[in-house]
Design a protein around this ligand. Structure first.
Ligand SMILES: Nc1ncnc2c1ncn2[C@@H]1O[C@H](COP(=O)(O)OP(=O)(O)OP(=O)(O)O)[C@@H](O)[C@H]1O
Ligand SMILES: [Mg+2]
Length: 336
């Protein structure tokens, strides 16, 4: 039998079971916003995991709930094998040493009046991590880790470039040596020319430190480049998941196919066989989620059954899982 310690090490970094996050459920007369509406997801330790989906599908809500900035309506989240809600409540400091969050806007995690040094020292002070000399040493290490020169120590956020600011916020998130980073669009506020550098930094850090990284991003090319596994969300649900390379090469869900239609494939065979699907209109409101498969109102392949049957995640041909009752018989699927 496994010892409790071994069990914990081998448990997924993040395990989400039946998660629902509804807003305004109790407001008079109105229907709730079902931002996250039954998500079950497991992210193994040491993986670089992407979360994609249109605006409003619940990515940020999911990320905020994982980290505990948002309370769940239903379901459970395990972080490194431990219940997130009780861990964060009973021992918030040890929880913060395990998992950290990186926001889209680096200024959001930095005080305007704090120098880079103060910003990096703050978590060390809060967690009483070592002597003043130890803290100075750690700040130097952190700056090196994110490839910032020591000379930025005395700078204020507004005097830094967008890329430098994001490097500082990454360094700050790493100050306590967490094992998991949850990143909500950490690249979208950056100039395209800087993005590639920050992408490389995330990859380097993930490998060097053995981190588990959950990366929410709109830029699908970035997800394809850096994530080993990916989850596709639609209206608060996971509709498909799998290894990024396999899922991008052979997306099984009509929604994923539509989403990826816009991204050219490096493989010309896939380019030739892949049927382009145009997504029309906006997703329905999360206050009024369609019956059956929630994508059926926009799905070019929907039949009568799709309006009635709410599909569960099932094995997909690419080795991952897909929630579509017709996934095996859809026309135009690339690479069979
Ligand atoms: N605090 C809140 N109160 C009410 N509704 C909310 C709240 N936070 C989010 N929502 C709603 O929940 C849904 C999901 O929002 P969320 O921000 O999680 O989506 P997202 O996938 O991150 O979108 P984007 O790609 O634009 O960042 C949206 O309809 C949003 O308006
Ligand atoms: Mg968001």
């Amino acid at each position: 039998m496994l010892s409790p310690e071994t069990t914990q090490v081998s448990s997924p970094a993040i395990a989400i079971e039946g998660l629902k996050v509804h807003f305004g459920a109790r407001s008079a007369g109105g229907s709730a916003v079902r931002a996250v509406d039954g998500v079950t997801l497991s992210i193994p330790r040491g993986t670089f995991h992407g979360v994609i989906g249109e605006s409003g599908c619940g990515k940020t809500t999911l990320a905020r709930t994982i980290i505990g900035l948002q309370r769940e309506t239903e379901g459970r989240i395990l972080v490194s094998g431990k219940d997130r809600a009780t861990w964060r409540h009973d021992d918030p400091k040890s929880f913060a040493r395990e998992i950290q969050f990186i926001f889209q806007d680096p200024l959001g995690s930095m005080s305007r009046r704090q120098t880079v040094e103060q910003s990096l020292e703050e978590p060390l002070l809060i967690h009483k991590a070592g002597s003043a000399a130890d803290r100075q040493k750690r700040i130097a290490e952190l700056l090196e880790l994110v490839s910032l020169p020591d000379t930025v120590r005395d700078r204020l956020p507004r005097s830094l470039s967008g890329g430098q600011r994001q490097r500082v916020s990454i360094a700050r998130a790493l100050a306590l040596n967490p094992s998991i980073l949850v990143c909500d669009e950490p690249l979208s506020a950056l100039d395209v020319s800087i993005r590639a550098q920050i992408v490389r930094l995330f990859l380097e850090l993930q490998q060097k430190l053995g981190l588990t990284i959950v990366m929410i991003a709109h830029d699908l090319a970035v997800i394809r480049e850096i994530c080993t596994t990916v989850t596709v969300m639609y209206l608060g649900r996971v509709v498909e998941e799998g290894k990024t390379a396999d899922l991008f090469a052979n997306p099984a869900h009509p929604y994923t196919r539509a989403l990826l239609s816009a991204v050219p494939s490096a493989d010309p065979r896939i380019e030739q066989t892949r049927q382009r699907i145009l997504l029309e209109g906006d997703p329905p409101s999360p206050r009024a989620i369609p019956s059956g498969c929630r994508f059926h109102t926009r799905c070019p392949f929907a039949d009568d059954a799709c309006a009635k049957i709410d599909p569960v995640l099932d094995d997909a041909r690419h080795g991952g899982r897909v929630a579509c009752i017709n996934a095996d018989t859809l026309p135009g699927t690339a690479a069979i």
